[in-house]
Design a protein around this ligand. Structure first.
Ligand SMILES: Nc1ncnc2c1ncn2[C@@H]1O[C@H](COP(=O)(O)OP(=O)(O)OP(=O)(O)O)[C@@H](O)[C@H]1O
Ligand SMILES: [Mg+2]
Length: 399
């Protein structure tokens, strides 16, 4: 037996030493690896639990942004079959109106490797649509040079959006009520003031009438006619103001609207003003609970306005029809109509475009209609002016 002994090369000795060191530290390294393995296992378990218990849909795609053949939580949430969801198939269950923007945002995020966020409507298994927000992030390789995949979630915002909508509706209602209250208060103040002024003016006006009559008996002078005319006008204004200020409390009795219309027509001078009246009264609706005196006043005010809008004559059309649970009454003329920028204002008290108008006619119309639980509006887009009044068939005191 021959033993060949060669001196250890320096390089070999270093390798052996390294091996020996690794052998000696192996148990420690093994323990470390085991600990790492356990930690990773725990993390994976925690992640799985999180995914299972979250109400959000958790999704992932490959680096090119293509969904895998199966994402169970997506299929469960949308009812879309797993295979249909793959690639860009998930877009098929996005609401058609939101699909393009969801697709564009997703392609943009993938192309530019930036976080993705998009809100859209997503179909549910029962066919309804849910408001959702989908957010995703790219997962980068360790050296940060390339995107390995994308992960993200879809969260249901339906309840949130619904409560936001309800809050917005409520706010709008409150603002409307506040606006109405302010308008009512202002109206009440204006009404009170007008009543007080009218009351004060009425007494001296009575004295002026008496004095005028006495003067007329004693002398003749053209200025007396002017005085008399202007006093008459003052008297009419005072009567209008008092009418407007008086609380409007209808006394409901069963009345024929056809009769009331005809009575109101008789109170307006139509013939000398060359007004042709067209009546179209529906046999379906005639008798209804209302205060005939007030409705007659309402009609006279509308007729007067129509006649004044047609100084050289024209056509006044009156039509009734039965709406669901109301009488609908149209009063139209073929005058110049109401300019669009004034449409909102014509029902406001004291709004007038006439040199001798008080601006109370339509305010009174509105008040009478509302006191019957009904409404009045200016019909849009008609030639001339057309007003539509509605009075409920089961009318009663307005609340
Ligand atoms: N049929 C109509 N055609 C065109 N404009 C109208 C018509 N009816 C009302 N308007 C407009 O609405 C304004 C308000 O009408 P409203 O009846 O309230 O007051 P007025 O007629 O001016 O005065 P008052 O009726 O108190 O004598 C009018 O001044 C006019 O500008
Ligand atoms: Mg008028």
């Amino acid at each position: 037996m021959s033993i060949c002994a060669r001196p250890f090369a320096r390089a070999n000795s270093a390798r052996v030493l390294g091996l020996l060191r690794r052998l000696l530290t192996a148990p420690k390294r093994l323990a470390e690896l085991e600990r790492d393995h356990l930690r990773l296992q725990r993390e994976a378990q925690r992640y799985r639990l999180l995914v299972d218990t979250t109400t959000a849909v958790v999704w992932s795609t490959d680096a090119r942004g293509l969904a895998p053949p199966s994402t169970p939580s997506w299929s469960e949430y949308t009812g879309q079959a797993s295979a249909a969801h793959a690639g860009h198939g998930w877009l098929d269950v996005v609401h058609p109106d939101d699909r393009d923007s969801a697709r564009e945002r997703w392609l943009y995020a993938v192309q530019h490797q930036i976080p993705y966020e998009s809100e859209f409507r997503l179909v549910r298994p029962d066919g309804s649509f849910a408001n959702v927000i989908s957010r995703g992030l790219p997962v980068w390789s360790e050296d940060g040079t390339q995107v390995l995949e994308w992960v993200g979630t879809v969260q249901d915002l339906t309840a949130l959006r619904r409560s936001e909508q309800a809050a917005a509706d409520r706010l709008r209602e409150l603002q409307e009520t506040q606006r109405m209250l302010v308008a009512k208060e202002r109206l009440a103040a204006v009404g009170e003031l007008s009543a007080a002024v009218a009351h004060e003016v009425r007494n001296p006006l009575g004295a002026i009438f008496n004095a005028l009559n006495m003067l007329r008996r004693e002398m003749k002078h053209p200025l007396l006619d002017v005085l008399s005319e202007e006093s008459d006008r003052l008297n009419r204004i005072v009567a209008d103001l008092l009418d407007f200020a008086r609380p409007c409390e209808p006394r409901f009795t069963g009345e024929s609207i056809h009769k009331v219309i005809k009575a109101a027509l008789q109170s307006v001078d139509l013939e000398s003003r060359r007004i042709d009246v067209q009546l179209q009264l529906s046999a379906e609706v005639d008798q209804l609970p209302m205060d005939g005196r007030l409705v007659r006043q309402l009609l006279i005010n509308l007729f007067e306005n129509a006649v004044q809008a047609m100084p050289v004559g024209g056509q006044l059309s009156i039509r009734t029809e039965r709406a669901e649970e109301a009488l609908r009454l149209f009063v139209a003329d073929n005058g110049p109509g109401v300019p669009s920028h004034l449409r909102e204002r014509v029902f406001a008290p004291f709004f007038t475009t006439k040199a001798t108008g008080t601006g109370l006619g339509l305010a009174v119309v509105k008040r009478i209609a509302e006191s019957h639980g009904g409404s009045v509006r200016l019909e849009p887009g008609s030639i001339g002016a057309a007003f539509r009044v509605e009075i409920p068939l089961a009318a009663g005191p307005a609340h």
